[in-house]
Ligand binder design. Structure first.
Ligand code: HEM
Length: 456
């Protein structure tokens, strides 16, 4: 792996660690506001945690695309300078964003709560990424489906990023409702953009692990792509549910969201059913992370189906059920696929057997803690909605009394999640170091090696 890509992967893993750390601190800050308000209050920790989470997902997705692109397009003309510009600009801007947060300098809008001018280097970096991407893309006409998904994702990210920044134009700020609608809509559509990048990577991994290129050419895979595209364009409807809009917009959006997930499960199922056992053995760990993402898709699908019933959504909106939905998808689906992707790229199945056993052990613990974490959030949401609406309570303190007990469980499960993910991240770091040492030995011996490949 090239040093630039190792830097990207290492930085992404650092972002994942930061997400887990700040998330855990936020959970306790919410429970003990008096103590946290003296140093750093929840309302500051929350945007720090969410920004770290979004940057982990987006940087992780882009890392995979840049690492796998030369494998898909071996004859493409590389653009090393533009690629270096993207990586350095993107990573240093994220560094400045977290330094600004550390000095309590906030701004912007929800999820992107940093001083707005920092959006400019992020935008320039993304344009550099598009240049690198499309130069490679031009070199082959019969691009497989996962490439189309990556392409859609990187282009749609640019569009939704620009849309999120429309509030700089005064006309959008003249009406609160208008500004909120554009913000929520663009945030929802951006989820569609990174899902295209990440699901594309999941499909790439499935093809590589199974050795069956047909997976990316099957009818259901193409149907899935077009459905994903429709999703990207229309699923934001459920993000503006509480704003005054036509009912049919919400209903269509929900129906589309559900079908995309059902098809994703279908494709992973097809891959798992056809996978020969020797290949499964070669890629045991990435395979397990991919399989876990399938179960999390199913779990989130059930939750989303309930949340989509308008009568239920009226009460659940804004409760911890929404948080369960957001973290269930970003941890259970996105993070699991990204860990599968990094595991494949870092060849974790070639680590020593003690380390591999360790990853397998902590993988199980991650799933157990994530289930408790997720169920605790749902229970907190149900309890709050029930006390508020069925029991008709008005006092926030009274409503929250039993909810807080459940939130303790959520916070403890969060600590468990953090400490069970750390050994996995550490093992990935060791694999990254090993790859770096391997590359150094190669250059010391001045032997020209062909580009490293995973066994097929
Ligand atoms: C890979 C790990 C994680 C990811 C990707 C992630 C992602 C997210 C996202 C996207 C949100 C925003 C939810 C919304 O707007 O509704 C959020 C909120 C939050 N997360 Fe996490 N999270 C992670 C780990 C954790 C952990 C380990 C904890 C510890 C308990 C935690 C605690 C929280 C809290 C307290 C909030 C704010 C909830 C609120 O506003 O009431 N997160 N997280």
């Amino acid at each position: 792996m090239r040093p630039l890509h190792r830097l990207l992967v290492g930085f992404s893993l650092a972002l994942l660690t930061l997400t887990l750390l700040v998330g855990t601190i936020s959970a306790f800050a919410f429970l003990f506001p008096e103590a946290s308000n003296r140093s750093i209050p929840f309302y500051m920790l929350r945007p720090m945690h969410v920004s770290a989470a979004l940057f982990w997902i987006i940087t992780g997705a882009v890392s995979g695309i840049l690492i796998y692109l030369p494998k898909v397009y071996p004859f493409a003309q590389p653009s090393p300078r533009v690629e270096r510009s993207f990586v350095l600009l993107w990573l240093s801007t994220i560094g400045v964003i977290f330094t600004a947060y550390a000095f309590k300098k906030f701004g912007g809008r929800e999820y992107w709560a940093f001083p707005p001018w920092l959006g400019i280097p992020l935008l320039v970096a993304w344009v550099c990424l598009l240049v690198v991407y499309f130069r490679a893309w031009r070199s082959r006409s019969d691009s497989p489906l996962y490439v189309w998904m990556w392409t859609t994702g990187v282009v749609a990210f640019l569009a939704t990023f620009l849309e999120q920044n429309l509030y700089h134009i005064p006309w959008f700020r003249m009406s609160f409702l208008r500004e909120l609608t554009v913000q929520w809509k663009s945030n929802g559509a951006m989820v569609g953009a990174w899902n295209q990048m990440i699901y594309g990577t999941a499909l790439f991994l499935m093809v590589r692990i199974s050795g069956d290129e047909k997976l990316a050419k099957s009818r259901s895979a193409f149907f899935f792509y077009f459905l994903g595209l429709t999703n990207l364009m229309f699923n934001w409807g459920h993000h503006i549910y509480n704003l005054p809009t036509n009912h049919w917009i919400r209903h269509i959006a929900y129906a589309i969201t559900m079908t995309e997930w059902i098809l994703l499960v279908n494709i992973i199922r097809g891959f798992r059913a056809k996978l020969a056992s020797d290949r499964k053995y070669h890629y045991q760990l990435p395979y397990r992370f991919l399989a876990a993402s399938e179960y999390w898709v199913l779990a989130n699908l059930v939750l989303a189906l309930f949340m989509s019933i308008p009568a239920i959504n009226r009460y659940t909106h804004g409760t911890h059920i929404t948080v369960a939905h957001a973290m269930g998808a970003t941890i259970g689906i996105n993070t699991m696929i990204l860990l599968a992707s990094f595991g494949y790229a870092l060849k974790i199945d070639r680590l020593g057997s003690a380390l591999r056993k360790n990853i397998a052990k902590y993988f199980v613990l991650v799933q157990v803690f994530l289930v408790i974490f997720w169920l605790a959030l749902i229970s907190a949401g149900v309890l709050k909605a029930w006390r508020e609406t069925v029991l008709g309570m008005n006092s926030f303190d009274e409503i929250m009394r039993p909810v807080r007990v459940v939130l303790y469980l959520f916070a403890i499960a969060g600590v468990g999640l953090f400490f069970s993910m750390l050994p996995i991240i550490r093992a990935y770091w060791l694999a990254l170091k090993q790859l770096g040492q391997g590359a150094k030995n190669v250059s010391h011996n001045t032997i020209q090696q062909p580009m490293e490949e995973q066994p097929n």
